[in-house]
Design a protein around this ligand. Sequence first.
Ligand SMILES: Cc1cc2nc3c(=O)[nH]c(=O)nc-3n(C[C@H](O)[C@H](O)[C@H](O)COP(=O)(O)O)c2cc1C
Length: 265
Amino acid sequence: MSITKQIKKRKSVRSYTGEPLNEECVDRINNYIGQLNAPFGTKAKIQLIRAKTGDQPVKLGTYGVISGATDFLLLIGERGVMSEVGAGYMFEQVVLYCTELGLGTCWLGGTLKRDDFLKQIQLSEGEELIVISPVGYKREKRTLLESIMRAGAGSDKRKPFGSLFFNNTFGTPLTESDAGDYKTPLEMLRLAPSASNKQPWRVVMKDGAFHFYFQAGHFSANDMGIALCHFELTCNELDLKGHFERMSDVSSSNDMGYVTSWIIE
Ligand SMILES: Cc1cc2nc3c(=O)[nH]c(=O)nc-3n(C[C@H](O)[C@H](O)[C@H](O)COP(=O)(O)O)c2cc1C
């Protein structure tokens, strides 16, 4: 499946059948995780776990938000903006891979009982549990709570292109036609999931580069990593050559934290 198809197909799934992942899925996910590295020189790792105490299956708390999940992806990393950006990028790669396998996922940063999940893993010094996601077979029908949550967060909507992307300065919205070849990577970025669907990412196209900023907030650095993942993977698929680089002459502005730039080659 193409990356644009994976991105369009992915939606947060909170209702699962209760059936554990089959061995083939477990192996494929573990092999995929095994060959990933977190970008931007950051350290992060992902573990796939089956919730249990000893040999007994156990329910890990999500305040009732997730139903019927037995398997979970755990993102473990270090604190700091670039570490969280890199970790977010890496976790989204796995989320998209699971989407390709036909499995449901849902980033969870807030609605999880962290102590329940921490009992399932061992952390080294400096490591923290950043987010988790259930991974499994979707139930046909969403639970009522899931439908209410989706409606509350406006999960099926995204901000318009011109209020996320700008031409030269933050005062000038970027049109899809001015984005040229980059219309699709930016559109794929726009479809990214973000905590509470806040979409904190902003991008300024200027002088042969795209400069990426984010509005500070809970999980915004992870959100930024997801956005960079969608943007770069789409560029790779479309053979748009470039690389990320943090520019010394670009700085944060007002409430926008500068993260990195995509330099077109
Ligand atoms: C970093 C991050 C943290 C999130 N935390 C939660 C959470 O704690 N509980 C929850 O139900 N959804 C959570 N979400 C899912 C978002 O609400 C969801 O991605 C957004 O509403 C867009 O919907 P979609 O993923 O279906 O496109 C989180 C998403 C991200 C990216």
